[in-house]
Design a protein around this ligand. Sequence first.
Ligand SMILES: Cc1cc2nc3c(=O)[nH]c(=O)nc-3n(C[C@H](O)[C@H](O)[C@H](O)COP(=O)(O)O)c2cc1C
Length: 361
Amino acid sequence: MKIFTEYQLGTVPLKNRIVMAPMTRSRAINNIPSDLMAKYYSMRADAGLLITEATSISPNALGYARIPGIFSKEQISGWKKTVDAVHENDGKIFVQLFHTGRVAHKTNMPQDSRILAPSAIAAKGEMWTDAGGMQIQPVPEEMTLEDIDFAQNEFVEAAKNAMKAGFDGVEVHGANGYLLDQFINPGANQRKDLYGNSYQSRSRFTIETAEKVAAAIGSDKTGIRLSPYGVFNDMSIFDEMEEQFEYLAQELGNLNLSYVHIVDHSSMGAPEVTESVMSKIENAFGGTIIYSGGLSKEKAESILENNPLSLVAFGKVFLANADLVQRFQNNAELNEPNSDTFYTSGEEGYLDYPLLKETVN
Ligand SMILES: Cc1cc2nc3c(=O)[nH]c(=O)nc-3n(C[C@H](O)[C@H](O)[C@H](O)COP(=O)(O)O)c2cc1C
């Protein structure tokens, strides 16, 4: 089967085509990657590529409770333990870099941080804070051109820190309603300057950020995640969406990025990601695409059969089955993920899902 075959991702050799999708697990107390996290990732090092949970590039990017950062010395050395443990188990690992933008609450953030976004428009809905439970999401500050440049440089510094920690690469998080996606989407971006007003201008922040990160650490070490038809975090469906994602894919292809990783949350109730937008992205980008969302081994295999330049990512099944690769190889049953412990703080639902060797004995 193709899924178990090797793949050369730019300069990074992968032992199979199975990717662990990025998943926030909220175990980073004080935003510092912990020993528990090193164990969690290293247990999954049989994957061709692990992509970490979304990791904040700066204090302004720390909108949620207990998410890890990669901007302080402690955070870099915390991550180094994860990277070393994964490499000891012969795995490869990219860190997903994000800025939460308007998806944030001051209670979760350091004192002198700011909640920034392309326009002063709040995301509808509430978010969890450890200190005060569910809270309405605030109206963010509209970013100045200086703020834009500053945030892009925070991505660059975070990417350099990722190299210091030993990561094999970074995934710039352009999906799921966080800062890059807030610029992409006209529901959140109503700017009239160079960064808004047309789909080309709304794409500018993402393209420039990817370009600067790639210039700092190498395009072969820089991937990106995008979510056409995504509605998470109050993103809206809009006119010219397909044209915009085709344009983005073209520009990102010109930068020779390592891959484009496409989110498809239709299995979780989001709108379908159309075949038409997928083929536009594939053709315009011209390089490796990581497909994700609701995949079974069989669905993944058929994607790989039809697309030579592809990898397949698994989220919830990987969270619940550290030995997913071995289970696929043996056609073994899978543990069911328990959503009650997705974002809790301890080992429960994190390190205690049974392994195959424990269940067959
Ligand atoms: C607990 C949990 C946390 C997630 N956190 C992130 C994240 O940090 N970054 C991201 O890009 N996607 C995140 N996602 C989305 C997953 O990467 C993936 O797209 C989604 O789970 C669908 O894939 P699946 O059907 O294989 O689970 C998360 C999903 C879950 C279930």
